[in-house]
Design a protein. Structure first.
Length: 560
């Protein structure tokens, strides 16, 4: 869709936009050739590691089977298994236990031995599993004035559990809004009065709650926290460490392979204005799904994401309107024969894009579903159309209303395209209905798009040479300050998380493979939160992003 010409005008000069080629200098990759060194000698799994891994896995599985469904310990065990990042090994066992917890929810919450922490934990685990359970159970912890009882303030683990539970709230759950405010206030005040390990746990939760944690990053952090807890289960902890290391080796090998591909493209020489963020793109793919069976999908996602990043830089930074018109038309035609009609600097890039999608089609052909690659290509076209609409708005000199902006800005968040590519990489279980579901832009995907678009815009405001949601809001609401705009936009992000939470609850109208589809969308939002919660960690990857990637992809866990 086109932005309406009735939108308020703005001066191109005031935001540094002219109808000529622009230039922005990004810092070079912080990784260089580092991951090229991860050849098979470093990443091969040794036989004794596989044997120990299998042995520990069986012991943890037996521990789950031996713990009665009606025991309070089962909740703590499931919580530990999931936070340690090994829940994917025990999907069936965990589902059985949580189904029992759901069937006996009201009865269990009414028992005297179900304390504040346990009730909050049960609520969160069930909501995470897709079960709708009532938040009215938290009314029992209020005093006669309708406030949360002051006696709860001394229960630090209970406050943490309540805070984490509130992250699963949906629209209209006022008691959880109150619980979030109460728990956040109390946890912040406790930071100065608790021991170091607990203080670290509180800071981590307030920064990135479990609900918004990228799985591999969260697993690494929780392993470290678990080590400090004297009551931890040694077998479970050792299994989590070994599992993390074995997965890390696989991920390092994948990253080495895509780094070789990236270097062969010579992007830094042919398109020196573009961000070189190959490793960061791989990490985003890893955030989408980390399990061994999705190796091909991660490599597909990485390659597509690098192409998106370059296209973003061409549209936002380097390309003139004439260049962008030619490029958009070429994408619509999707034909190697049009390469010569593009500006020289675009020709190599255009071929690289089509080559990646040929590779995707070939991979899908191996499972006799190459015809489904059409959906991925159509999402690429939709993304480029949205980039072009944004560019035309900038060059025309108009600031759209926030509503108009988001109609184009949501698709440009890349969520639809990356979800389609992630689907293409899941193997034989992928269905035509799943691609059609993505293409229909359902509410859960719109929520993820809103989170991606607005968080990106808030961190980029004042730095990027493009119109953002912040600028649109301030122009639409004359006299509004940046702080007021941020507050209002953050509310949209909060509502988007509630939309995602609600859409994940049973019964869902999601096609097969239902659980995986929801996880893909969910994890996109988590990765966005990690990358844009403070600054644009993707563009400015020298500090936060580098530390996170080092933690997940470079430093192994020390095992016995």
């Amino acid at each position: 869709m086109d932005f309406h010409a009735s939108a308020a005008p703005f001066s191109r000069k005031s935001v540094g936009i002219e109808n000529v080629r622009r230039s922005v200098t990004y810092h070079p990759t912080v990784w260089g050739d580092y991951f090229l060194d991860y050849d098979s000698n470093l990443t091969d799994t040794l036989p004794h590691e596989e044997q120990k891994h299998q042995s520990l896995k069986e012991k943890v599985k037996q521990l789950l089977l031996d713990t009665p469904h009606d025991s309070l310990h089962i909740l703590d065990l499931i919580e530990a298994i999931q936070c340690l990042g090994v829940g994917y090994h025990f999907v069936t066992e965990i589902e059985k236990s949580l189904k029992y917890a759901y069937d006996t929810y009201i009865e269990s919450c009414g028992k005297q031995n179900n304390d504040f922490c346990t009730i909050a934990l049960r609520f969160r685990l069930l909501r995470q599993q897709g079960y709708y359970v009532s938040c009215d159970v938290f009314n029992k912890f209020k005093d006669h004035k309708g406030n949360f009882d002051e006696s709860l303030i001394s229960n630090v683990q209970g406050l943490l559990s309540l805070y984490e539970a509130t992250q699963l709230r949906v629209h209209g759950e006022e008691i959880l809004e109150e619980a979030l405010k109460f728990s956040t206030t109390q946890l912040n005040s406790l930071l100065l009065n608790v021991c170091n390990s607990l203080s670290t746990q509180i800071k981590e939760a307030l920064d990135i709650p479990i609900r918004k944690t990228v799985p591999r990053h969260g697993a690494k952090k929780f392993i470290s926290i678990c080590q400090e807890d004297e009551s931890h289960n040694e077998k479970l902890l050792n299994f989590a460490k070994l599992d993390f290391n074995l997965l890390q080796k696989m991920h390092q090998k994948e990253l080495s392979e895509v780094t070789t591909w990236w270097k062969a493209l010579e992007i830094e020489n042919k398109l020196p204005f573009a961000r070189d963020r190959l490793v960061e793109c791989y990490f985003w793919a890893l955030a989408t799904y980390f399990e061994p069976q999705y190796s091909i999908g991660r490599k597909m996602l990485t390659k597509v994401t690098t192409m998106i990043s370059i296209a973003d830089d061409i549209f936002d930074v380097y390309g003139t309107l004439d260049d962008l018109t030619l490029f958009t038309d070429a994408i619509e035609r999707w034909d190697f024969s049009v390469i010569d009609q593009l500006p020289t600097y675009m020709q190599h890039f255009y071929k690289a894009i089509l080559d990646v999608y040929v590779e995707i089609e070939e991979e899908m052909g191996k499972i006799e579903k190459s015809y489904l690659a059409h959906y991925v290509i159509e999402e690429k076209k939709r993304l480029i159309r949205s980039y072009f609409q944004e560019a035309k708005c900038v060059y025309s000199g108009y600031i759209p209303t926030l509503e108009e902006y988001l109609k184009v800005g949501k698709p440009s968040s890349t969520c639809l395209l990356l979800s389609a590519v992630a689907l293409a990489g899941i193997g034989e279980v992928v269905t035509k209905e799943a691609f059609e579901w993505v293409a229909s832009d359902p509410l859960i995907l719109q929520g993820s798009e809103i989170i991606g678009r607005i968080m990106n815009d808030m961190t980029g405001f004042g730095f990027e040479q493009k119109i953002t949601a912040v600028e649109c809001y301030m122009n639409q609401n004359k006299g509004a300050t940046k702080e007021e705009a941020f507050a209002e936009l953050q509310e949209l992000v909060t509502d988007a998380w509630k939309d995602i939470n609600e859409e994940c609850l049973h019964p869902t109208v999601v096609p097969t493979p239902k659980t995986l589809l929801l996880e893909i969308v969910d994890n996109y939002a988590r990765a966005t939160h990690l990358n844009y919660r403070n600054i644009d960690d993707y563009t400015n990857s020298e500090v936060n992003a580098k530390d996170v990637i080092t933690c997940v992809l470079v430093e192994p866990m020390t095992t016995p």
